[in-house]
Design a protein around this ligand. Structure first.
Ligand code: LRH
Ligand code: MN
Length: 426
């Protein structure tokens, strides 16, 4: 299913004058304050966030899963759904595949579908947290850190296979997240587990093409509930440094213990040139994988404030991989992803309104109140007209959720796919 440009223009008609009024008002105000509005709008347009291929169907928990009907039942339909989101938002021009949930059966065909929808293949994710039906060794007690050489070798080979798959899709990075850890004190020798993981990552790193990155994702707990081998940013940072210059840390916002200062982690990783990318989502308790910005929007803004500062002051840090990692238990997956994209773009736009030089001067003067006023003035600015303009300039919808509903896309998908298709993934 593909949305035609005319359909979007038709839906936009009723929103256009309201948009023009609010945009002109905001643009005048910002221009008077010395902002380059065109520059901000074009940066928002260039900002592309990858959609997780494993989050295009209904998510679930051990307590239950409630389908959404019309879910994509193969990779081509998943790419089409990313295309739908991208047609409306113009900021979802990439998909991040998870292997083996999304192994292409025809590389040429799937690349043609993606290209026709202006969707690129971002990072490819390996999966050594589930046993595959044909796998010889079990990952029950870990993968790259397992005490068994045979299990580690199987996991290393899987990652090399994932690189090979990504290479054929012009992807440029491998994301490694390990569930490895222990559920009880005494179960693991922490040093052996760490050493095994480090050596295994180094073996995978040797198979990384020159222009690729390895993104090492950390997580404090789940599915192991006493220790996790790659538990925090420091551990990922150490492992990335041990591997080499193509290895970086990936920050999943849900992978932090309560009240962690994620913006400080982001800032220091950028200073060290080791921040590789993000899995955007939000959470109130654990790795809840909720809509980005739905619980802690100010924290998301503060993270983007550090990112904007870093992008201006840390040339040693490479371009970042922007990706969502969410799971949808009660919302239409496509609507949830559209809402996440809106919250992420909004945080970025607000952060671009922070006068970093003015803030730095106030920080040097320890003028605490002025520092907060500078931040909150930007945060309290309604930047939605800028997001609308960025979408409009690229043929997107002024209000993607309204467009999704008035074009009745979910029912079209159900008509096309039926009610009983199940998407692979979480
Ligand atoms: C682990 C994680 C990781 C993915 C998985 C789908 O919690 O965040 O990024 O592999 O979710
Ligand atoms: Mn993640």
């Amino acid at each position: 299913m593909k949305i035609q440009q005319e359909q979007v223009s038709t839906v936009n008609k009723s929103e256009l004058s309201a948009h023009n009024d609010s945009f002109d008002f905001l643009a005048n105000k910002l221009t008077k304050n010395g902002y380059n509005v065109d520059n901000i709008v074009s940066k928002l347009g260039e900002f592309q966030v990858a959609i997780p291929s494993w989050a295009l169907g209904a998510g679930g928990t051990r307590f239950g899963r409630f389908s959404f009907f019309g879910e994509p039942s193969n990779l081509e339909q998943k790419i089409e759904d990313v295309g739908l989101i991208h047609s409306l938002t113009q900021t979802a021009g990439a998909v991040s595949l998870h292997i083996p949930w999304d192994v292409p059966s025809d590389y040429k065909a799937i690349k043609e579908v993606a290209t026709s929808l202006d969707v690129k293949f971002d990072s490819v994710n390996s999966n050594t947290f589930q046993n595959q039906k044909d796998s010889k060794e079990s990952y029950k007690f870990g993968s790259l850190s397992n005490t068994s050489e045979a299990v580690r070798q199987q996991a290393i080979q899987h990652n090399l296979d994932v690189i090979n798959i990504g290479n054929q899709l012009d992807s440029k990075s491998l994301t490694v997240w390990l569930a490895d850890g222990s559920c009880f004190p005494g179960q693991n020798n922490f040093q052996t587990a760490f050493q095994n993981a480090q050596n295994s990552l180094k073996d995978i790193y040797k198979g990384l093409p020159d222009d690729w990155k390895m993104l090492i994702e950390y997580k404090p707990y789940e599915p192991n509930f006493y220790s996790t081998v790659i538990q925090d940013w420091g551990t990922s940072f150490m492992l990335a440094n041990e591997c080499g210059e193509k290895a970086y840390t990936l920050v999943d916002l849900g992978h932090h213990l309560p009240n962690s200062n994620i913006e400080q982690i982001v800032s220091v990783l950028m200073l060290k040139g080791k921040l590789g990318g993000f899995h955007f989502n939000d959470s109130k308790y654990g790795d809840d994988d909720l809509t980005a910005g739905c619980i802690k929007p100010y924290a998301l803004f503060l993270i983007f404030n550090e990112l904007v500062y870093g992008m201006q002051n840390n040339p040693q840090n490479p371009d970042l991989a922007w990706m969502i990692d969410a799971s949808h238990n009660v919302k239409d997956p496509l609507e949830d992803l559209i809402q996440s994209l809106e919250a992420i773009q909004e945080a970025y736009a607000k952060a671009m309104l922070v006068d970093q030089d003015l803030l730095k001067a106030a920080q040097m003067d320890n003028d605490v109140v002025k520092c907060q006023e500078i931040l909150q003035d930007a945060y309290r600015t309604d930047v939605r007209p800028l997001l609308e303009k960025a979408r409009l300039n690229r043929g997107g919808a002024l209000n993607p959720i309204k467009a999704y509903r008035s074009l009745d896309l979910r029912n079209h998908l159900i008509t096309e796919r039926g009610k009983h298709t199940i998407a692979t993934g979480l």
